[in-house]
Design a binder for this molecule. Sequence first.
Ligand code: HEC
Length: 176
Amino acid sequence: MSTPRPFLLLPLLGLIYTPVGGVTPEGPRLGRPAAAEAIAEWNLNVFPDGTGLPPGSGTAVEGKPIYERRCAACHGAEGGGGSADELAGGNGLTSAHADKTIGTYWPYATTVFDFIRRAMPLDAPRSLSDGEVYAVTAYLLHINGIIGAGDPMNANSLPRVMMPNRDGFIRLYPKP
Ligand code: HEC
């Protein structure tokens, strides 16, 4: 077996990648330009202050059956004991070893909505209507003891929900 000779390879690579006559070689032409509708479909960002929240509304009472049908198989009944992340229950914030749940770990209710809308249920993301996402978000906030069972969550009310650990995070950027 001969020893590799990198010093021979380097000039060869230079030859291949040197633009001929100053013209950069073309790329492999993979992919296609994203259509405006495809961009719009994923242009879903909801910011902590609620910017980007869509119309619609839902309560925990409405969200419970949706949770049971679409979420409980992975996250467990009442948000715990399943194979996927614990969403409620566990040790509270006052415990020295608080479990990470929506109640202890998420500083903004608006981003819970954003995450569920874009990523959950894991086996069929984007299959819930905005109203259903509001309802299931309300249900999760309710079983974390943050809102009442009948409190409607919508573009107006969701940004006003004070999450228990809102001030428990260290900011890496100045407050706006
Ligand atoms: C097929 C299993 C499955 C189903 C069904 C499912 N999830 Fe999840 N969920 C997961 C997994 C796995 C993660 C962790 C994903 C990750 O960290 O990227 C997760 C993460 C989450 C999180 C973030 C938890 C955290 O604190 O990081 C939330 C909130 C959530 N799911 C809500 C829901 C809701 C609401 C539904 C029903 C509409 C749902 N999930 C249905 C598997 C599932």
